[in-house]
Design a protein around this ligand. Structure first.
Ligand SMILES: *Cc1c(COP(=O)(O)O)cnc(C)c1O
Length: 484
């Protein structure tokens, strides 16, 4: 690949779109229901509504609500509608953001600045994160200079309440619980965490990014869902993504607060800029009108009955999936997931090997660790594919059972990497592992073989080396080869 020069002259419409279509050839096939993360699809109708609304407000900017009262109305409505699903008595306030990460960044920043006012004796505030909490909280602590205290989860992958209690210090400002957490799809014991938060007069954020638009409907269908929203006293903020189970366009999430004082701590304003008085509720400046408009449109298009129907289809798909997994054997679902987010593991096989076999059959499942598992977020678009998936899963399990020569070859390379790790200085190690990783990845079928790479990464003695290796990869994604 050559570094891309800036185009000297404009291209034709046709050549641009031909090139773009060609480039997406190797993308994951989400529209065929073959991806179990990243994309949520409620079918062609809902997609068309979101696209049309996005298009209508394509150029509009949510930065200045006085210029676009339409967007201001959409945002106000969306926040109120979502809050009413999540236990608001009308007093819950909030804003739209660009996604779960921004919602979480805002919740953590608001907590920090709120406590600067009301608990000014604290110099380094601490937040308690169960290990399953989303990395966006670590990112927030990294950005906003907070100390993270990690707590373990139980054998059922739920936040361990006693461990959270033990982790409290006089500097604790915020506890985080998830509904559900992303990796295994289980809801943390929010009432118990809220009890601690109230007793100690600290804040509690519920991360309902993936569950907030699903759990209320799943409960309505008759499934048992533990309490997790503003009906639980002590929950002070909550994040819920609309671009997940809300089936809105990407770039839409909601951050909710129990009190106006807490939300006020999120907001930013300066009156000293030559460009005028500048204020914004959340992190972004310019805010895409399309994402706000599309969320409003889809919520109105589907309505409570539409979301209920979709949740029903999704939960029935999950039931078929779980029954199928039980029948295949050798693989199992970890813990007791509360909705439609699952982790597939194995006690007898290398689950990453199963993942590679599924990749070879055209499925995309993210790899997870501690313990090794494959991630499954089931959405509406999977309903028609579940039988096909189960058949391929059975084949994948069979294939993984056959010990292959490839496996031995990979083990040898892992052993080399492990030995190298003991003697090489860190920058060298990172290069060696990268090379080993690409050899492994290019191995059996010319790509997609991640099992051995994960095995190797797990074998690295120092997680810091692994972090550098990962950052090398991230840099490489957007660096022309000649500059690397
Ligand atoms: C998706 C997700 C996030 C982060 O949301 P983004 O929209 O990817 O930024 C946070 N928490 C949970 C539980 C999630 O599932």
């Amino acid at each position: 690949m050559q570094p891309t020069p800036f185009p000297a002259r404009g291209y034709t419409r046709e050549s641009i779109f031909n090139a773009m279509q060609a480039m997406r050839a190797r993308d994951v096939q989400w529209h065929a229901g073959r991806v179990f993360s990243l994309v949520f699809d409620a079918g062609a109708d809902a997609r068309e509504i979101a696209q049309h609304a996005y298009d209508l407000f394509f150029a509009e900017n949510g930065l200045n609500p006085t210029a676009f009262p339409s967007l201001r109305q959409f945002e106000t409505d969306v926040v109120a509608m979502v809050a009413s699903l999540l236990g608001s008595d009308g007093s819950i306030v909030g804003n739209m953001t660009s996604g779960g990460t921004e919602s979480i960044l805002m919740a953590v920043q608001a907590a920090r600045d709120y406590c600067r006012i009301f608990r000014s004796e604290i110099s380094v505030p601490e937040i308690i994160l169960p290990v399953t909490a989303h990395p966006a909280f670590d990112k927030a602590a990294h950005y906003f200079n907070l100390k993270v205290v990690k707590t373990p989860v139980t054998a059922e992958y739920k936040a361990d309440v006693n461990a959270v209690r033990d982790a409290l210090t006089p500097n604790t400002i915020l506890i985080v619980g998830s509904a559900p957490q992303y990796a295994h799809g289980v809801v943390d014991p929010i009432p118990e965490l809220a009890h601690i938060a109230r007793e100690k007069n600290i804040l509690l954020h519920v991360d309902a990014c993936v569950g907030g638009m699903m759990l209320p409907f799943v409960r309505q269908l008759g499934y048992t869902i533990p309490d997790f929203d503003f009906r639980v006293p002590g929950v002070t903020s909550l994040s819920v993504d609309l671009h997940k189970y809300g089936y809105a366009a990407k770039g839409a999430s909601v951050i909710l607060y129990r009190t106006r004082e807490l939300r006020r701590a999120m907001m930013y304003a300066t009156t000293e800029w030559p460009g005028g008085i500048y204020a914004s509720p959340t992190m972004l400046g310019t805010r895409p009108g399309g994402a706000i408009a599309a969320a409003w449109a889809v919520l109105h298009y589907l309505g409570a009955d539409g979301y209920l129907h979709i949740a029903d289809v999704v939960m029935k798909t999950v039931e078929v999936l779980r029954a199928g997994v039980a029948q295949i054997g050798d693989v199992r679902i970890l813990g007791q997931p509360d909705m439609s987010v699952l982790a597939l593991a194995s006690d007898t096989l290398d689950i990453y090997q199963v993942g590679d076999e599924l990749t070879a059959r055209g499925w995309h499942l993210d790899r997870q660790q501690f313990p090794p598992s494959l991630h499954l977020t089931v959405h509406y678009g999977h309903a028609a594919r579940v039988e096909l998936f189960l058949r391929d899963l059975q084949d994948a399990v069979r294939a993984a059972k056959k010990a292959s020569a490839q496996k031995f070859a990979n083990r040898a390379i892992i052993a080399v990497a492990q030995n190298a790790a003991r003697i090489l200085p860190a920058p060298w190690l990172s290069r060696v592992t990268q090379r080993a990783a690409s050899r492994l990845a290019g191995g059996a079928t010319g790509g997609g073989r991640s099992a051995a790479m994960y095995g190797m990464m797990g074998a690295l003695p120092n997680r810091g080396d692994l972090r550098e290796l990962v950052l090398d990869l991230v840099e490489g994604f957007t660096t022309p080869p000649s500059d690397k």
